[in-house]
Design a protein around this ligand. Sequence first.
Ligand SMILES: NC(=O)c1ccc[n+]([C@@H]2O[C@H](COP(=O)([O-])OP(=O)(O)OC[C@H]3O[C@@H](n4cnc5c(N)ncnc54)[C@H](O)[C@@H]3O)[C@@H](O)[C@H]2O)c1
Length: 412
Amino acid sequence: MMGASGPLPPPRVTPTQLRVAAPPTAAVTRPAPAVTPGRTWEVSASQSISYAVQLCPGVLEPTNPALARAGTDPDRDSRRRFVVIDDAVDELYGNRIRSYFAKHEIEGRFVIFDSCEERKTIDSVLELVECLDAFELDRRREPLIAIGGGVLSDVVGLLASMYRRSTPYVRVPTTLMGLVDAGIGIKTGVNHDGHKNRLGSYHAPVHALLDPTFLNTLDSRHISNGLAEILKIALVCDRQLFELLMRHGPELRRTRFAAPELSEESGEVLVRSIQGMIEQLQPNLWEGQLERVVDYGHTFSPTIEMRALPELLHGEAVAIDMAITTMIAWRRGMMTRDECDDVLDVTRSLGLPTWHDVCAPGLLMDSLRETTRHRDGLQRLPLQNGIGRATFVNDVSYAELAGACTDLRRAA
Ligand SMILES: NC(=O)c1ccc[n+]([C@@H]2O[C@H](COP(=O)([O-])OP(=O)(O)OC[C@H]3O[C@@H](n4cnc5c(N)ncnc54)[C@H](O)[C@@H]3O)[C@@H](O)[C@H]2O)c1
């Protein structure tokens, strides 16, 4: 379902309309214009990026101006916004969202997007283009606003990067996955032809407003889903965060980070994960450096997630990937048996799986080959080196993957 405007289906080019070019026929030779051969123009520019990722509890409180002002110049603000809202969020918070904009004298056009991984497609982006055209967006004065989870954030981010080549947008993540990961970086994307995030872009939001009170209404499976990305940061960069998860993870999950007696711990877990993620992303926003510790858990998971769709959520696939690499690290002597058991115990205590039956060694090997192509010919696989540190390896073999699968299947 897409909101009120009833978009027309976009025109399509089916593959049968494309044809393979025939070999060129000899062209008639004419005198060339008098230019110096080899004359070259070097074009070089650099783009600086700056955007705020702001903790903003109570973002929908009528007295909080942050969302109304985000991404605008008060002197040039048109007082109109195109707001894309996750359907579940609209049911729960729709009235508050509408009265927020009304209170700030902003005319909102609210488009409801039914978020799920299957809707993370280029068709969804094109449907939104139709709605944007109907709205007659003034892109210099009217930043798009995305209120929802990682799926919506990825779709609207891609839309914003393509619409008139680049349109500013504001992210308001409403899931834990969004708060600690999808809502704070600059990547956008949609799945295509069975491949995770096959189409996408790097397009920074102008502002990301993080309000953890949205977690109050999130179901516990999606809390666990976000905890997978927090666990990732803990395992490869922050041992203290891992210890916090070990001690308080199950209670944070049960209470959706809202237990008054754990408010300090909830805050610390959220802030450490956001900070850890930003520290990793910022020096490498366009991912020119291919050894990225934040790729931990993201080598096998894209294939596992797509193969198991709709059974596994993104974070669940990441958790399984992390369990596989934990076993490989243990088999290589990079972790002790106790550390390995702690990781698997904490994963399970957060409500996350460590195994799925799609994980045949052949499939994992295919996934590793695909990732290797993506990482310029080397595996660059982050493996845990103890807890809280990572080392990159390039020589993981089929036999190691088969061994890890056997261990995990047995444990499951
Ligand atoms: N771009 C990035 O850097 C990046 C990083 C991590 C993940 N991702 C992507 O994020 C996606 C997963 O995001 P997700 O886990 O947020 O899933 P999601 O967006 O599908 O949201 C999960 C579910 O929660 C509902 N929901 C959202 N907010 C709610 C709230 N406050 N209360 C109740 N229900 C609510 C949604 O309707 C949906 O059913 C994946 O596609 C993943 O690839 C992107």
